[in-house]
Write a protein that binds this ligand. Structure first.
Ligand SMILES: Nc1ncnc2c1ncn2[C@@H]1O[C@H](COP(=O)(O)OP(=O)(O)OP(=O)(O)O)[C@@H](O)[C@H]1O
Ligand SMILES: Nc1nc2c(c(=O)[nH]1)N[C@H]1C(S)=C(S)[C@@H](COP(=O)(O)O)O[C@H]1N2
Length: 163
C-alpha cells in the first residue's frame, strides 16, 4: 500500500475556468491499484508554487508517489518539469522515456512532452501530460512497474526478480 499526492498544473483549472478531469482519472486509476490519495491540488502553472507543493508532499507528508499532470508542453507557461528538476535529488529518466515511448505509438505529438521524473528522499515524482486521455494512456503503461520501484525505494523489496 502506497500513499499518493496529485498535483494538477493548470492555469484554467486553478481559476475555475475548466473542470479538472485529469486529477480524478489519476485518483481513480491509482486507487484501483490500492494507492491511498493523501492530497490532491490544482495549481496555476507557476514554478515556485509547484515546487513548494512538491517539497511539502515529500518532506512534511512523506508521500510515496507524487503524480503531476499538465504543464509539460512548449507553452511559455509550461514549467512543471523545471519545478520538478528544482526539487528532485536523483533523476529516473527511464520512467519518462517509457511514457514517451508508449505515447509515441499513439501520437507523434508525444515528442512534445518535456516531462521528467525523479526521487526526493523517499518520494518518487512523475510528470504526466495534461489531457485526461494522455494521463490514462501513460498510467496504463507505467503503473505495473512503478510499485516495484517504490518497494525498493522504501526498502521493502531488494531483489529484482523477473516477472
Ligand atoms: N486538467 C485537465 N482537465 C481536463 N482537460 C484537460 C486538463 N488539462 C488539459 N486538458 C485538455 O488537454 C488540452 C491540452 O492541454 P494544455 O496543457 O495545453 O492545457 P491549456 O488548454 O493550455 O490550459 P491550462 O494549462 O490552463 O490547463 C486542453 O485544451 C484540454 O482539452
Ligand atoms: N499518451 C499520450 N501522450 C501525449 C498526448 C496524448 O494524446 N497521449 N498528447 C501530447 C501532446 S499533444 C502534448 S503537447 C504533450 C504535452 O502535454 P501538456 O502540455 O498537456 O503537459 O503531451 C503529449 N503526450
Amino acid at each position: 500500500m502506497f500513499t499518493l499526492g496529485i498535483i494538477v498544473a493548470s492555469d484554467k483549472g486553478s481559476k475555475g475556468l475548466r473542470v479538472d478531469e485529469s486529477g480524478p482519472v489519476i485518483r481513480e486509476m491509482l486507487e484501483q491499484h490500492h494507492y491511498i490519495t493523501r492530497k490532491y491540488v490544482v495549481l496555476p502553472d507557476e514554478k515556485e508554487a509547484l515546487a513548494r507543493e512538491m517539497i511539502h508532499m515529500c518532506d512534511d507528508l512523506s508521500i510515496d508517489l507524487i503524480l503531476t499532470s499538465g504543464g509539460t508542453g512548449f507553452s511559455h507557461r509550461d514549467v512543471t518539469p523545471e519545478a520538478t528538476l528544482s526539487v528532485v535529488e536523483r533523476l529516473t529518466p527511464g520512467i519518462s522515456e517509457a511514457i514517451r515511448y508508449n505515447s509515441l505509438q499513439i501520437t507523434p505529438r508525444a515528442m512534445l512532452s518535456r516531462a521528467v521524473s525523479g526521487i526526493r528522499k523517499n518520494t518518487l515524482i512523475i510528470n504526466l501530460p495534461g489531457s485526461p486521455k494522455a494521463v490514462r494512456e501513460s498510467l496504463q503503461y507505467i503503473l505495473p512497474s512503478i510499485a516495484h520501484g517504490l518497494e525498493i525505494l522504501k526498502g521493502t523489496a531488494s531483489e529484482c526478480a523477473r516477472k
